[in-house]
Design a protein around this ligand. Structure first.
Ligand code: THU
Length: 130
């Protein structure tokens, strides 16, 4: 299954009445299964969640926990970048060389690795005592 196509399909179900900016995300996990998510906004704006967070939650709920590939798509003039928080969320479950494909509905795609979109990631090693 093409991951960007999966993200494009699920994006239609996004709940974005406040921003009118629908986002779809798809994750291919180590098992080979694909998990999808959409942004889910809330009238209390900070309570809204990103598409990537939804896809991660679906993956974890299904018993997978290793990300092999990510796709995210929106009706954006240029390939939609994952927000900063989602970069850290994805890094929790994916190696630095995991490819994140960011797309537009028009077909433009920007592919970058997790280490490229989140250099200097915070990880467990930073919490080790001296
Ligand atoms: N959004 C995502 O779902 N993922 C991103 O990485 C960028 C932003 C959503 C959050 C909000 O519902 C809308 O896009 C506008 O910020």
């Amino acid at each position: 299954m093409d991951l960007l196509q999966a993200a494009r399909e699920v994006r239609k179900n996004a709940y974005a009445p406040y921003s009118n900016f629908k986002v779809g995300a798809a994750i291919r996990a180590a098992s080979g299964k694909v998990y999808t998510g959409v942004n889910v906004e809330n009238v209390a704006y900070p309570e809204g969640t990103c598409a990537e967070a939804g896809a991660i939650a679906a993956m974890i709920a299904a018993g997978d926990s290793v990300i092999r590939e990510v796709a995210v798509i929106a009706d954006s003039p240029t390939p939609v970048p994952c927000c900063g928080g989602c970069r850290q969320k994805l890094a929790e479950f994916g190696d630095p060389d995991v490819v994140v494909r960011m797309g537009t509905l028009g077909g433009d795609v920007l592919s970058l690795t997790l280490s490229e979109i989140l250099p200097g990631r915070f990880d467990a090693g930073h919490m080790e005592a001296q």
